[in-house]
Design a protein around this ligand. Structure first.
Ligand SMILES: [Zn+2]
Length: 59
């Protein structure tokens, strides 16, 4: 099955981002049916925020 790049809208910042064919193949391989809801930037931000929280709670 061929995938095509798809433009989605980030639910956090409202910006459009591309869900690439490669990412779609990756999601499919992992058995994930849901499309990403956030752009990479927002995902990284959330990841960073979570990591920061974890480091602070460990102290
Ligand atoms: Zn975003």
């Amino acid at each position: 099955m061929e995938f095509e790049d798809k433009t989605l809208v980030c639910q956090d910042c409202g910006k459009e981002f591309v869900f690439t064919a490669g990412e779609q193949a990756f999601y499919k391989e992992k058995g994930l049916d849901n499309e990403p809801k956030r752009c990479k930037e927002c995902r990284d931000k959330r990841k960073a925020a979570r990591a920061e929280k974890e480091t602070t709670t460990q102290q």
